[in-house]
Ligand binder design. Structure first.
Ligand SMILES: *[C@@H]1O[C@H](CO)[C@@H](O)[C@H](O)[C@H]1NC(C)=O
Ligand SMILES: *[C@@H]1O[C@H](CO)[C@@H](O)[C@H](O)[C@H]1NC(C)=O
Ligand SMILES: *[C@@H]1O[C@H](CO)[C@@H](O)[C@H](O)[C@H]1NC(C)=O
Ligand SMILES: *[C@@H]1O[C@H](CO)[C@@H](O)[C@H](O)[C@H]1NC(C)=O
Ligand SMILES: *[C@@H]1O[C@H](CO)[C@@H](O)[C@H](O)[C@H]1NC(C)=O
Length: 385
């Protein structure tokens, strides 16, 4: 296979232009590539390529209303999303493109996957995805499958490059972003709710078993990535799940669902110790050479919601695009009502941050105050010797 890899003219041009487009000139020297894993917060269009009516998709107005061109791209945002702003902060123009968009385009030989994976990176993130394969099964690319897709990508990169050394060195210094868990948490909380359990029940033995399953599956995914050469891992924890409009609307007064917030905090504590253990040289279960940055989405949301105006938000409860109470009783669709000033709303739809909220999050995690990242921020992770 390796001997047969010859850059055809189309591909060579593409590689060149990607090099130019891939790095935002002079801002910050980007890592060799960025690979993205997770859910709708990071999805830049993978779900548009999945079959089935039940697949969550951001493929209709008013998604993308503030994106250049004003058209939906598959991002669950009015404009760019969290993955885009993190990519920008570390020196790229925007998120790497969705994996499934790179498979079909066989314009020349192997298509676009390999040249993209070698120069910019690839996004495997998929709306609805969970740490557990059972979360939204059949309507998403679960984390375990995203890792398999990365494995397949790496094999193609190695075949094209002719040896694994160059590819290993590239992946070794690449920036790998993961944000997942919110869908598992909401599936669990919704199931408990259907069984008329909430509040204290939600934090009982059920929750302990739930954390255990999540942590073991998350750990397996990180081990898999490490086995495939990943050494620089940026992880975002689960946010204030109970304060999403979709959760608040369950309460007659629109209050945050504190049981869901506590569930998120419990999972985040488990995630924090998982990462500390995996990156500890002295730990028996440690992964040699692994460095990480863990971003505190929950803490940032709590601080933002306590003082919304300090971040320029006048509304941190309602979805900008939606309908009914809190904008959470009808989907963000062409018949939805849009808020007047999207920059003033924390939530774009009933689940996802607005473009401005995404930008502020990315800034806090990438280059912001130390309290939102442990033990280093994303830029420091990229810059490490
Ligand atoms: C990969 O990175 C680790 C530490 O981050 C380093 O020790 C190792 O030599 C690197 N390997 C390659 C192939 O670059
Ligand atoms: C939950 O409570 C509702 C109303 O109180 C009741 O109609 C329903 O049957 C209950 N469900 C279960 C599984 O107990
Ligand atoms: C994920 O968790 C489920 C149960 O929660 C378990 O059956 C499965 O083996 C786990 N997968 C991995 C890869 O750990
Ligand atoms: C990657 O794929 C190969 C071939 O299918 C398999 O043997 C290997 O276990 C996979 N590695 C991981 C980490 O999934
Ligand atoms: C828009 O239409 C959908 C059905 O296509 C409906 O479920 C929803 O309630 C409508 N939204 C509004 C705001 O009326």
């Amino acid at each position: 296979m390796a001997e047969h890899f010859v850059l055809c003219p189309v591909m060579a041009v593409l590689l060149l232009s990607m090099d130019v487009l891939g790095a935002a000139a002079g801002v910050f020297k980007p890592p060799p590539a960025m690979y993205v894993f997770g859910d709708s917060t990071l999805d830049v269009g993978n779900n548009n390529y999945l079959p089935g009516a039940g697949v969550p998709r951001a493929n209709r107005p008013y998604y993308g209303v503030d994106f250049p061109g004003g058209l939906p791209t598959g991002r669950f945002s009015n404009g760019y999303n969290t993955a885009d702003f993190i990519a920008k902060c570390i020196g790229f123009v925007s998120s790497p493109p969705p994996y499934l968009s790179l498979l079909g385009a066989a314009s020349c030989g192997g298509g676009l996957l390999v040249p993209t994976a070698l120069t910019i990176g690839v996004s495997y993130a998929s709306g609805g995805a969970g740490i557990l394969d059972s979360t939204n099964a059949g309507n998403t690319i679960p984390l375990s499958k995203q890792v398999q897709y990365f494995n397949a990508t790496r094999s193609e990169m190695i075949a094209a490059a002719g040896s694994s050394d160059a590819v290993d060195a590239l992946i070794n210094r690449s920036f790998v972003l993961i944000l997942v868990g919110g869908n598992d948490l909401s599936a669990f909380a919704n199931a408990e709710r259907a069984r008329n359990r909430s509040g204290a029940d939600l934090e009982s033995h059920d929750a302990a078993a739930f954390y255990g399953g999540l942590v073991s599956n998350y750990s397996a995914a990180i081990r898999g990535l490490h086995a495939l050469g990943v050494r620089r891992l940026a992880v975002v924890n689960v946010g204030l799940a109970g304060c999403l409009p979709v959760a608040r609307v369950l309460d007659a007064t629109g209050a945050c669902a504190e049981d869901r917030n506590r569930l998120a905090a419990g999972f985040n504590a488990a995630l924090r110790s998982l990462l500390a253990g995996l990156a500890s040289p002295s730990s028996r279960s440690g992964l040699p050479g692994l460095s990480y940055s863990l971003a505190d989405s929950l803490g940032l949301m709590a601080d933002t919601f306590a003082h919304p105006l300090a971040s320029g938000f006048t509304d941190v409860a309602n979805a900008c695009c939606g309908g009914g109470r809190l904008g959470a009783e009808a989907p963000c669709a062409p018949n939805a009502t849009l808020c007047a000033d999207r920059g003033l709303y924390y939530f774009w739809d009933s689940v996802h941050p607005s473009e401005r909220a995404a930008a502020l999050r990315a800034q806090a995690f990438c280059d912001g105050p130390a309290q939102y990242t442990t033990p280093i921020n994303f830029k420091q992770l990229v810059h490490m010797a």
